[in-house]
Design a protein around this ligand. Sequence first.
Ligand code: FPP
Length: 249
Amino acid sequence: MAWLSRKKQAEPEIDPANIPRHVAVIMDGNGRWAQQRGLPRTAGHSAGSETFRKAADTLARLGVEAFTVYAFSTENWKRPPEEVSAIMGLLDKYLHEAVRDMREKNIRLYFWGDTSPLSPSLRTLIEETQKISESTSGMRVNVCLNYGGRDELTRACRALAQQCEDGALKAADITGEMLENRLYSAGVSDPDLLIRPGGERRISNFLLWQLAYTEFVFSDVLWPDFGEKEILSAIAEYQRRKRRYGGIG
Ligand code: FPP
C-alpha cells in the first residue's frame, strides 16, 4: 500500500469548488520534444495532439466549461510546408474522430480564426462538428486555427467601423461590449487560467483581449509530456492565486 500513499502525496490537491471555468493552453514545445528524440518535428505535433485529447478528457472530468487551444496561428504559415501539412493532417484526423465521438463524449467543438484558407475537406468537417455541437451540451472546446489576436481585433474594429460608415452606429457610442460581441469568443467567458508549457514566457498573439485578467501558469515541461499531473498542478497553482481584477481584494 506504500505506493498508494506515495501516489496520493504526488497528486496535487484540487479544490472542487474552485475549478477554473475556462482554461486556455498554448501547446508549445512539440518541435523540441521531437528533436530531443531524434525524430522529425512532425512527430512532436502528433504526440502533442494525443496530449490535447487527454487534456480535454481530464478537464471535462474536472467540470471545466471551456477549453481553448492554440492549434495554428496566423504566423504559423511561415513554417516549412511539410510541417504545415502535417498539422493540417492531424486536425483532419481529430475532426474525423470528433464527428464520430463528440455525441458520446458530449463535447461542443468550435473554431476560432479565419478558416476560409483551409482545405475544403477540413472546412466541411468543421461545419459538421458545428452542427453536432447544436445537439451536445458538455464542455466547449475552442480550437484556434489560423488565429491571431491582432487579426481578431482588427476584424472586430473593421466590423464596427463598417456600421459607422453605414450610419447604423456613432463612433462615440462604441462600447467594449460591442467589440467583445464581434470577437470569435462572443458569448464565452474569458479564460480564468492560461497554461503555457514549453519554457517560453510570452503571449504569442493569443487571445489578446480575452486574457486581460487571466491567471498565467508557465511550465518548462514540453507539451507532449504535459500529462494529467501537470494539468492538476497548474490548476492547484491557479487555486493559490488571489484574483483582484484591478481592485485591492
Ligand atoms: C507549437 O509547438 C505547436 C504548434 C504550432 C502546433 C500545435 C498543433 C497540434 C498539437 C496538432 C493539431 C491540433 C489539434 C487540436 C488536434 P512548436 O512547434 O512551436 O514547438 P517548439 O517551440 O519546440 O518548436
